[in-house]
Structures are given as structure tokens and as C-alpha cells.
Design a binder for this molecule. Sequence first.
Ligand code: PLP
Length: 478
Amino acid sequence: MDAAEFRRRGKEMVDYVADYLENIEQRPVYPDLEPGYLRSLIPNEAPAEPETYEEIMKDVERVIMPGITHWHSPYFYAYFPAASSYPAMLADMLCTAIGCIGFSWAASPACTELETVMMDWLGKMLQLPEHFIAGTHGHGGGVIQGTASEATLMSLLAARCKAVRRVQASNSELPEAEIFSKLVAYTSEQAHSSVERAALIGGVMMRKVPTDNSYAVGGDMLKKMVEEDKAAGLIPFYTCKHTFMCYPNNLLRFLFLPGNKENMWMHIDAAYAGSAFICPEFRPLLNGVEYADSFNFNPHKWLLVNFDCSAMWVKKRADIIGAFKFEPLYLKHENQESGLVTDYRHWQIPLGRRFRSLKLWFVFRMYGLSGLQAHIRKQVGLAKEFESLVRADKRFEICAEVIMGLVCFRLKGSNELNQDLLKRITNGREIHLVPCQLSSRFVLRFAICARTTESRHIQQAWHHITQLTFELLQEPNH
Ligand code: PLP
């Protein structure tokens, strides 16, 4: 393909994408296929000779589209949103075209410098404490990670390194392996699985702290567990507060603060909920962030920036850079000792990194803070609309306070009844939901996801759910 054909095909592709997104409602949101469906539709070997572009595009509809779960359908209410907007997609095109691998400042200065400034812009939108903002007198700064899971892992590994150095400072004889075996991290029993995985990868113990009726961790319980562990000769070193169920509550309840006395690293993982903190009415839920050593959320969930873009800030740059610095000769550059440049490869696990900040830059400029706030508020309004529909039907109950764009609800009755309802919803393929477990109850999650979801979709989804409920309750065994 030469540049002339690229121009033509590129324009066609933009049309294909716009048509796909404009007409996405007409596609079943959830595919109806058996595992392994794809292998029989394409050859067993890569083609020996070139094929035409037309042939490939024909196969996109024949092979790929039937196997897509349409995350951007307004009838998709599963998991959490995968953010998407046209400015972000265009920025992604440019990122791909530039195709730099910005592991150091010298590897592409704009890639590094735009990221630092965008993370400051974003940090200021969230009114983060000044010590997280790079362009101040503080010692912190922001970095774009691929996912919240990576941010949690990075924070845990940095905390582990810091804890080992601290223990060895007073007992230099103690081998690293012995210290590792005594390190304990804490998170809530409702935490996302990525927190437990981070501990597994980091080779440290992870304790789950029980939550109260509102699914928040009580500081007293955490304090008790920390004291018991210390009495047993263990070393508490890390806590991860999360907003998985989007019930951030008051962070101070979790950051009870013997943490500071214990020198525990405090990481806040607000993967989904973090975007809402750009709205002043939600920002109080983040109070307490000033005590955190690191904070992370995913603009790729709710801030109109396509995957991947996970924003992470650390209070002290040196904590994260110091834990992972490795300097082979071929990655050195003459400016690195100037103190003026950031080499983001020290802030992350992979060496390579994309020019992801372009997506933030395009989205921030084309929506403005007011446009982004309007998006969040609209989606919270839609969640409240769905909540009212559920509350008005006495057969159903709301299972947790609706704070943002997620509604947890269920039919009053057994878990089996709710499992049956979900099975009917999934088989119907008109809308897509996933369940969760809250205090051993099987609960349906209804998350407002697509950017284009409107009130009429919510009404239609509820109509569909109540129709399936009617059919379910007609059955003799119910
Ligand atoms: N942490 C929390 C609190 C989440 O809600 C999620 C996803 O929903 C994750 C982590 C995982 O996000 P990622 O795919 O960015 O690792």
C-alpha cells in the first residue's frame, strides 16, 4: 500500500468506523457463538501471496463483527465503561503514525513532555494536592500507565522496595528474602482482583479487610489487623484503597492513619470513579487523597479517552524511580543528568511506551472541562433514572447506594431466581449485563457505559428486563 492508496483507504476506514458507531444499535450487543467459531472461518496458514484490501474488509464483516461484544452499543451495561470519543480516536491515529517508543526524553521529547504537562492538567482538574503535580515545587508527578492493574503493581513494588530499604537501614544483616516473607499488604474484601494479583506477583502476603454495610472498610478493623500482624513479627507495608464498586465513601475511614505511623504506603485505585472527581459535587469523596503515596484512575473508563490510558500520580518521584532504575549504556542520553528531564521508562514495567498523552490533549481541548463534566453528570443522571425505575417496581430491590453510573439491583428472592433472570437477559442479547456478589447475594450490575446512551435506551432496557421477569415469574417453579 503506497501513500496514495493509504489516503483513499484511510478515508474509507473513517467512513466505516463512523457508520459502525452510528448504527451500532442495530447489531446484537452480545455475540451468539460457540467458542472456537473463528478458526473455521479463516485459513489455517497465513497467505503465501498478498491479498487485496477489499477481501480483508469483506472478512471484517464476515469473520470479526459476528464475534464482537459491542462495548459502545447504548445497550451495553456490563463491567464498567470503555471510554471512547472521536477526538481520542483521531489522536490515536496520529500516535500510531508517529509511532515513537518514548521510553526516554531523548527517544522523543514531545512524547515525554506532553505527558508530564497533561498529567498536571488532569491532576489540577481533579484538584489533587500540589505535591502530586510535577510543575510545582513538590517532589511528585504523573505518568500514564496502560492499566490500573499496572499502576497498583507499580505502587506495590515501589512500596516493597522502600520497606526493604527501611528495614535494612536498621538491620543491614537481614536478607532481602527474609524481609519479603514478612511483608503484609492490606486491601478491602471488596477490592478488585488486580490488587490481589499485584501481591501475588510481588510475592507478598495480602490481607483482606472486612467491609461494613456500605461496603467500606472501617479504620478500626484495619488497625486491629495491623496490630495483630505486628505482634506476630510481620511487617505491614502497603494498603490499597479502591473504588471498585464506586463506593469511595470517605477515604479517611480507610486511611485511618496508623498507616502513617507504620510507614505503610497508601495507594488509591479509583479506576472507574476517578473521572467523576472532576465535578466539584463528587470531589469530597476523594478527601483524604492528600495522605496517599500514589493515586490512580482510568481516563480510559469514563473520561472519553479510548483505551489505554491509566493516570497515576506519586507523591515522591524518587520512590518509584529509585525502585526500578536500570541504566544500560544504549539507553543513556546526554540530557539525563541535567535534572530537567523525565525518563518514563523508570516509572513502568515495560521499556516501550506509546504517545498516549496525545489522546488526553485532543480530548481535553475539544471537550473542555465543562464538556467532560457534562458527560459525567449525564451518565450519573441516567443511572439515577434506572434506579427510579427499579425502585418503583416492588418485585425488585436496589442493593447499594447509587452514587455514580452503576446500579446494583436484584429481584427480591433467591440467588437462583436472579441467576435465571440474568441467563434470560444474556440469551436475549438485547442488552448486556454482568453480575457481582454482594454479601453472598447474587446481584445484577447495570453500568451506564456507552457515550451515546440516552434515556430512551434506559427505558427500553428496563422494559426488556421487566418483560423477561414477567415470563420468569410465570413459570411454576418460581
Ligand atoms: N481496579 C478497579 C477498582 C477497577 O474497577 C478495575 C476495573 O474495573 C480495575 C482495577 C482493572 O482495571 P484495568 O483493566 O485498567 O487494570
